[in-house]
Design a protein around this ligand. Sequence first.
Ligand code: UDP
Ligand code: MG
Length: 329
Amino acid sequence: MLQTRNGNSNPITEKEQLDLSIVVPIYNEAESLTHLIEAIARVVAITHLSYEIICVDDGSTDGSTKILTDLARQRSDLKAVILRRNYGQTPAMAAGFENAQARAIITLDGDLQNDPHDIPLLLDKLNEGYDLVSGWRKQRQDATLTRLIPSKIANWIIGNVTGVKLHDYGCSLKAYRSELVADMNLYGELHRFLPALAYIEGARITEIPVRHHPRRYGTSKYGLGRTIRVIMDLLTVFFMKKFLTKPMHVFGFWGLLSLVSGIVMGLYLTIVKLFMGQNIGDRPLLILSVLLILTGIELFSFGLLAELLMRTYHESQKRPIYRVREVIE
Ligand code: UDP
Ligand code: MG
């Protein structure tokens, strides 16, 4: 059922004993921690899958670290990854992915806003052959003005820019095949763009409605400020999607167009000056011609640089420019 990654040798075979890794970023969630882990374990026990819970403590200062450490010593199904300081949700999730050993990975929030009871539903969907199943908080329980409205707008923009149509990119409750996660690098607030990044990697993506509860313990770590960071990350994703393997096609084309039209105008003006003896010093066309030539050269050389960078990016990480789903012999 599971796919080969991309033909390169990889160490996953040795890791593929567990069925399920559950990754939870934790930043100051002391009150919910114990409930959360028990709730997850109870739900997963019903499925009879072998599993591990990986809680990543993202530099908590409210005692979560201690609670987590103690729990991890007691429970064999819990692994605590303690980060040195607070890095943010995306790096915390990346640390969790790095430590996850199973064939399927589930992520969810540490505040019990996501409901562990949805985990089996996500897994069923994954088993239908999807690479990523995203939760959709159909009845989201957060503040309307600061959270729901910005999120509606952001979801609309992200959908249009990335071409992956989901209702709710921000939902942390998601299920992934592990090979997919291994192929992706996370930066900034990129975790919400995992579906888009996965789509770039050629994944099959779907979403299902999931439950969502109001925060019972602790406080939300985010406000309106996140929207701006999300927009910046959106630009990065858009750029990656469009130009990643062929920057020269884009910059080269526009650069050349600009350069050639600038030169044509320049030639025309030269003829006017030399053969017709007219004065060209005050002609707007002259400025336009110079501008187009300069822009053209700039775009063209930018394209060349981007092309070099792209090669370094792929070759330094041995990232193939394609992804194989399966090889059948
Ligand atoms: N989180 C984290 N590091 C941070 C901020 C948040 O690990 O710097 C975790 C947090 O503990 C929670 C999840 O990310 O498990 C989502 O955060 P929160 O519930 O505050 O976001 P919201 O649900 O309000 O969008
Ligand atoms: Mg929350």
